[in-house]
Ligand binder design. Structure first.
Ligand SMILES: Cc1cc2nc3c(=O)[nH]c(=O)nc-3n(C[C@H](O)[C@H](O)[C@H](O)COP(=O)(O)OP(=O)(O)OC[C@H]3O[C@@H](n4cnc5c(N)ncnc54)[C@H](O)[C@@H]3O)c2cc1C
Length: 387
């Protein structure tokens, strides 16, 4: 089988390797000219998932043991574990690793090249590859949309990406990479920090993640309801930097992006010889704007399905089963929380929640709440956000 995968992020690259290992002829194409460009992801992961997915230590920029939440009043709350809880990847190094691995498995990697769908049939697809004024036509047996939240190929094929019952929810984020020093980064080291409350970021949250060499990733993300009046994200980020005393640090890089998913994932994940994977298949979780591990898991589910001759429906069911009901509950919780976080009442409830967690939860509990979506223990506190 000849397959072309559009998009060499975590999902597309992982899928390429698995299909090549299954004996398929794979072309992996990305619009980026090099893996270091547009390293947009904050790339925080729980340690167990980084290990499970075989992410090498060389891609990890920092480790973290604790959580730090700054509440709507600016009060700092901390939770520390004895065991390491997770890693923050250098997303550029991670993408380099994924691209190198794909090449080693015999995948044809074309970078600096944009994919457009020309014609889609039941058993083949015609695509156009454009790079620096050159156009190349290719016919393949199967084409995969791994273009992330843009879902470019599915749009071109006219696939329904959402329904009235299950609309696409989007969060937009901007992040700056700052160069600090041992003194300015001490307050942010070894932990993931989040800022919650409308003065920090209405309809969203802010964060500071540690990186190697006294660098920090600082960002804001907003998941606002339709037609909300929104201030520019950069203005919110500048204010957050000021409040955290980080506004004088040199900025090494500015980037950003979108996370967008449906909650129920009932939409078709492709059509005819087109399949979707990763963020393009709504695998990103909106609660913490995270999706690397889900994108890679969806690649495993899709490769299994393709290699065994499964249908789109088989793939959809297998993906729902793999991500589980907790993923859906957490996305529902995310919509409720972020859409509503712009009133004094919502701030008050957020403070109550954080205070409750301060008194009752350990760092491990927070990790299992935010990464394993284990809400049961705090059900009654989260209920106001769910109902
Ligand atoms: C600001 C921000 C912070 C985040 N922080 C975290 C985090 O801390 N932890 C976490 O797990 N997740 C995080 N995420 C989400 C995570 O980065 C994504 O879920 C993950 O990258 C999805 O992988 P993917 O392969 O599906 O898509 P992407 O990584 O988006 O890859 C898609 C690729 O497709 C290419 N492409 C697009 N269109 C075309 C085309 N027409 N032709 C060819 N190539 C094309 C793009 O260049 C890109 O390389 C964050 C996202 C954002 C925006």
């Amino acid at each position: 089988m000849r397959v072309l995968i559009a998009g060499a992020g975590p999902a597309g690259s992982s899928l390429a390797v698995q299909l090549a290992e299954g004996g398929w002829t794979v072309a992996l194409v990305d619009a980026l000219s090099s893996p270091e460009r547009n390293a947009f992801s904050s790339a925080a992961l729980p340690l167990a998932d980084a290990d499970r997915l075989g992410i090498p230590a060389s891609c990890c920029s920092a480790n973290w043991w604790g959580w730090q939440l700054l509440d709507p009043d600016g009060l700092e709350h901390q939770w520390w574990a004895v065991e390491q809880q997770g890693v923050v990847l250098d997303f550029a190094l991670f993408r380099t690793h994924l691209w190198d691995r794909a090449r080693r498995c015999g995948v044809e990697l074309l970078n600096g090249c944009r994919v457009n769908l020309d014609r889609l049939n039941a058993h083949s697809a015609d695509v156009i590859l454009s790079s620096a004024g050159n156009k190349q036509h290719r016919t393949v047996d199967l084409v995969v949309d791994a273009t992330g939240p843009g879902r470019h190929l599915q749009r071109q094929a006219g696939v329904a990406l959402e329904s009235q019952d299950d609309p696409l929810l989007s969060g937009d984020g901007v992040e700056w990479l700052l160069q600090g020093d041992p003194r300015s980064t001490a307050r942010w080291r070894d932990r993931l920090s989040f800022m919650l409350g409308r003065d920090w970021m209405a309809h969203g949250y802010g964060w500071v993640f540690p990186m190697a060499h006294d660098q920090l990733k600082v960002g804001v993300c907003r998941l606002a309801p339709p037609h909300a009046h929104n201030a520019p994200l950069r203005r919110s980020l500048r204010r957050l930097l000021q409040r955290c005393g980080l506004d004088q640090l040199p900025v090494l890089d500015r980037h950003g992006g979108r996370v967008a998913s449906t909650i129920k994932r009932r939409q078709p994940l492709g059509s005819a010889s087109l399949w979707a994977v990763g963020d393009a298949a709504s695998t990103a979780n909106l609660l913490g704007g995270e999706g690397i591990r889900h994108a890679m898991d969806s690649a495993s589910v899709l490769s299994q399905c393709l290699l065994t001759g499964g249908s789109h429906r088989d793939y959809q069911i297998a993906l729902i089963q793999r991500l589980g009901w907790r993923w859906t509950v957490s996305n529902r919780l995310a919509r409720r929380t972020w859409w509503g976080l712009n009133t004094a009442d919502a701030d008050r409830r957020m403070s109550l929640l954080i205070n409750g967690l301060s008194g009752q939860a350990s760092a491990e509990d927070l990790s299992s709440l935010l990464f394993a979506y284990r809400f049961e223990r705090y059900g009654w506190r989260l209920l106001p956000y769910l109902v």
